[in-house]
Design a protein around this ligand. Structure first.
Ligand code: F58
Length: 842
């Protein structure tokens, strides 16, 4: 047993004083007060909400640490296979509420806080989001961590501890302004491990020689060394004691604080320069969404993180004293997109250069260890790194990449003799000026499985960007794992009343562990009391959002209007421009209508939110147009409640938890074939909102599950996109007449200086309308009219909502994780022998 690892003479003393963590409300309160007075050195006579948040978090943290230690001990003793999820982004959001719910102690904390004079909601609101991610990819990683822990898989996440997460967005005069997000002021959820450090090397040169047995060896020498320091974040599972670890690396100068020599000789500036240069590596999250820019610092981040993580993983494996060939039986590593692909090269380097394995044996271990998930087909988002840059920063890795490519191309040549074009197409090295390393190709060659994130997307990668690799490796290497979301955060935490209403019909909250149990509520679809409460919850959620809109923007919206929401990163392919053009079209119709006719319009609130990458000019123009339309429409007496346009500043995870439960209809309207999956589409439907969408990403599978009567689909299909684009570029582009009217209104200056929006119009009218806005516009408008009609029939609408929710079981991230575990990682959950009674959720 675990206890036996303590030497006999000391065991009794240790076990006698083992900390238990609080067990009841009284215990929580005493913990809380102790943290206020000692840990935080605050007085109980003047304790504000910030201090209450801190003390409450510390009390819960104490609980988490204990379970976390036990989980790690359990996993070490079991010595079973672990999975390592490598992601440059983990968009975690707030931790306190999630911790309370997952360990089943929120009610207890609520009572305790109330005894001490606080409202739990206010305390929760004090927490700053952990925003170490851009959008879907980063949030998916966070959902996966929740599922891995909840399902008792032995799993670690590895990422970077950015000092600045995604920037904070402010809207000033209708424009986006970026403000740094310094989030580490007080972060009770991380544990610095100053004893867990790895020295990471950059630059230098490679020394090649032959050893005494005539074997060629390579040694990477010289260059710069930076220290990686581990920071651990506990990840509690839901209704299980399992608490996994997320390890984030922070960079520090390797050589102490600073150069005293220089300091003493008066050169203070350069004495700190080394330290600053080292710390820059983990300083900022790159704020691009679906765009890769090839900056040296980004490559440094990637190698720094990958090398530290692999060192850690290998160190753990070596403790088991197994033979190297058993590595893939003990270790699965998942590459979240191509950002960690250097891990393939680094593991090969460790095995060949440092551990002395033969190339082929090492390569066999490497490819059996890695799996690669692709998240995009957009060409501008596919990572490529210039050969000279890699040569400079990682000279030995470049040689290994060339060798990997050589052996790969030789195998292709053997299977497809004489096909020179094929060799050029699949080469990991692109023969451009300068030459480039194609990271996706390297990831495919270095992994045993490659997956897309929704059915359509997985089909598209097989037939377009990775077609040749299907020919070479065969179809079985390529698979699909449709994305999912954690129902703990996206239903129970974000929408507790709905979660409880569902539980009142299904008998328990077990659907949070097995989401397919939601199907039981379909039996209650005609139950009047259930329907009434369902509608009341939606209205309350809308009223709460209306209140938030009023306090943050001053705009007054009517909670009984139809709330139409599009919240996600701003990108041309996601087509927020089409949405705002549609809003303008609606505004023009209202304006043109007589007072009598106006009464027939259904009141609507169009809600937008999302950040634009700071260098993405067109995305910023879209934000500006949305705000400009808002200031005209919202102040037009002719319009009144019939139309309001709201842009919510600084969309992030905690705002998503507020916005999503308040939506009637949400927009997932990417050009067909461009959105790999989408995950907010799932969150909206799970919260009893309907969606308007294109036949793209997971919208297609959502339709299959919930039924096509319950979703509003429109627009051209992925298979037609190429031909349409071709037609645009060869002079056959007649714009949709309603879109022309919208453009005329903008150009007349209806929404301010039309020059500010010229780029958005030219993109459609003069530059080939790459995203097919005009082609889909009519179908989009018509579908919105259908939505208005459907919403008027509230009874039918509620039936659609309930039916949809009941059929959403498939989209839990628990299902995804089980699919990865079985089909890619070959790992099993670690059984929990002693489920402590207080862990079982209420
Ligand atoms: C997103 N990708 C996809 N990338 O766009 C979305 O369809 C999918 O649902 C989601 O992944 C999860 O699979 C995405 O968010 C990024 O933000 C990258 C950040 C780093 C630079 C390249 C884009």
């Amino acid at each position: 047993s675990v206890e036996a690892s303590i030497p006999e003479p000391q065991r009794e003393a240790w076990l006698k004083h083992q900390v238990g963590g609080f067990k009841d409300k009284d215990g929580f309160e005493s913990n809380f007060v102790r943290h206020i007075e000692t840990t935080l050195a605050r007085s109980m006579f003047n304790c504000d909400e910030t201090a209450a948040y801190a003390a409450c978090s510390l009390a819960f943290r104490d609980r988490l640490i204990l379970e976390w230690n036990r989980t790690q001990q359990r996993q070490t003793f079991a010595d079973s296979k672990r999975v390592y999820y490598l992601s440059l982004e983990f968009l975690m959001g707030r931790a306190l509420d999630n911790a309370m719910l997952n360990i089943g102690q929120k009610e207890l904390a609520k009572g305790g806080l109330s005894d001490l004079g606080f409202r739990i909601e206010d305390v929760i609101q004090q927490e700053h989001d952990a925003a170490l991610g851009n959008g879907g990819l980063g949030r998916l990683a966070a959902c996966f961590l929740d599922s891995l822990a909840s399902l008792n898989y032995p799993a670690w996440g590895y990422g970077l501890r950015y000092r600045y997460g995604i920037f904070k967005q402010e809207i000033i005069d209708g424009y986006q302004v970026e403000v740094p997000d310094y989030w580490l002021d007080f972060n009770p959820w991380e544990f610095p491990r100053h004893d867990v450090t790895v020295d990471i090397q950059f630059y230098g040169y490679v020394h090649k020689s032959t050893d005494e047995n005539g074997k060629a060896t390579a040694r990477w020498e010289g260059g710069e060394t930076v220290k990686a320091v581990a920071y651990d974040v506990p990840i509690p599972g839901y209704a299980t004691p399992s608490t996994n670890n997320l390890r984030l690396w922070s960079s520090k100068a390797a050589s102490g604080e600073f150069d005293f020599q220089k300091f003493n000789s008066g050169d203070y500036e350069s004495s700190v320069a080394d330290q600053q240069r080292a710390e820059t590596i983990s300083a900022v999250l790159y704020p691009n969404d679906n765009l890769e820019r090839g900056k040296e610092l980004r490559l440094k981040q990637q190698y720094f993180w990958v090398a530290a993580s692999l060192y850690d993983i290998v160190r753990r494996f070596k403790k088991s004293r197994r033979a190297w060939r058993e590595f893939p039986d003990q270790v699965a590593i998942q590459l979240n997109d191509t950002h960690p692909t250097l891990a393939v090269v680094e593991l090969q380097r460790i095995l060949v250069d440092l551990e002395g394995l033969e190339w082929d044996e090492a390569w066999n271990i490497v490819t059996n260890t890695f799996g690669y998930t692709n998240h995009t087909v957009l060409p501008e988002a596919l990572e490529k790194w210039s050969v000279p840059l890699i040569q400079h920063l990682l000279p030995r890795h470049l040689q290994i990449i060339y060798d990997i490519n050589l052996f790969f191309l030789q195998s292709v040549e053997r299977a497809h003799p004489g096909d020179r074009d094929l060799l050029a197409r699949v080469s990991i090295i692109e023969e451009s000026q300068p030459k480039m390393v194609r990271m996706a190709y390297l990831a495919i060659v270095g992994s045993h499985k490659v997956n897309g994130v929704a059915e359509l997307h997985s089909d598209l990668i097989k037939t377009t960007i990775f077609k040749d690799f299907v020919t070479i490796f065969g179809p079985d290497k390529f698979t699909n794992v449709t994305n999912g979301i954690t129902p703990r955060r996206w239903l129970h935490q974000a929408n507790p009343r709905l979660s409880d209403l569902i539980a009142s019909k299904t008998g328990t909250h077990d659907f949070l562990k097995d989401l397919t149990l939601l199907n039981k509520i379909e039996l209650s679809v005609d139950d009047p009391a259930f329907r009434k409460e369902w509608a009341a919850i939606k209205l309350a959620n809308k009223a709460r959002l209306a209140e938030y809109i009023k306090t943050t923007t001053g705009i007054v919206v009517n909670p009984s209007a139809l709330f139409d929401v599009q919240v996600k990163r701003i990108h041309e392919y996601k087509r927020q421009q089409m949405n705002i053009f549609g809003v303008i079209h609606r505004y023009l119709r209202i304006k043109a209508a007589s007072p009598e006719e106006r009464k027939k319009f259904l009141p609507r609130v169009s809600i937008f939110g999302g950040k634009a990458a700071p260098g993405y000019w067109m995305a910023k123009q879209i934000i500006h147009l949305i705000n400009s339309v808002g200031s005209v429409v919202n102040n037009d007496k002719d319009v009144g409640d019939l139309l309001k346009v709201v842009f919510l500043e600084d969309y992030n995870v905690s705002k998503a938890e507020l916005i999503i439960p308040a939506s009637d209809i949400s927009e997932h309207i990417s050009t067909a074939g461009t959105e790999a999956s989408g995950t907010s589409n799932m969150k909206f439907v799970l919260n009893g909102g309907l969606i308007i969408g294109t036949c793209d990403g997971a919208n297609i599978e959502i339709t299959r599950e919930i039924g096509e009567n319950n979703i509003f689909l429109f627009g051209n299909l992925a298979e037609d996109v190429e031909d349409l684009r071709h037609a645009h570029n060869y002079g056959q582009h007649t714009l949709d007449p309603d879109l022309v009217k919208v453009f005329e209104a903008i150009e007349k200056g209806t929404f301010g200086d039309s020059k500010d929006f010229a780029g958005m119009i030219t993109a459609v009218r003069d530059h080939g309308d790459y995203y097919l806005v005009s082609d889909d516009f009519q179908s989009y408008l018509e579908t919105h009219d259908v939505i208005d009609e459907a919403y008027r029939n509230q009874e039918d609408w509620i039936t659609k909502c309930i039916t949809s929710v009941s059929r959403m079981g498939f989209f839990t991230s628990d299902r995804c994780i089980n699919e990865y575990a079985e089909g890619i990682w070959n790992i099993e959950p670690l059984p929990i022998e002693t489920a402590e009674p207080e862990k079982i959720n209420s």
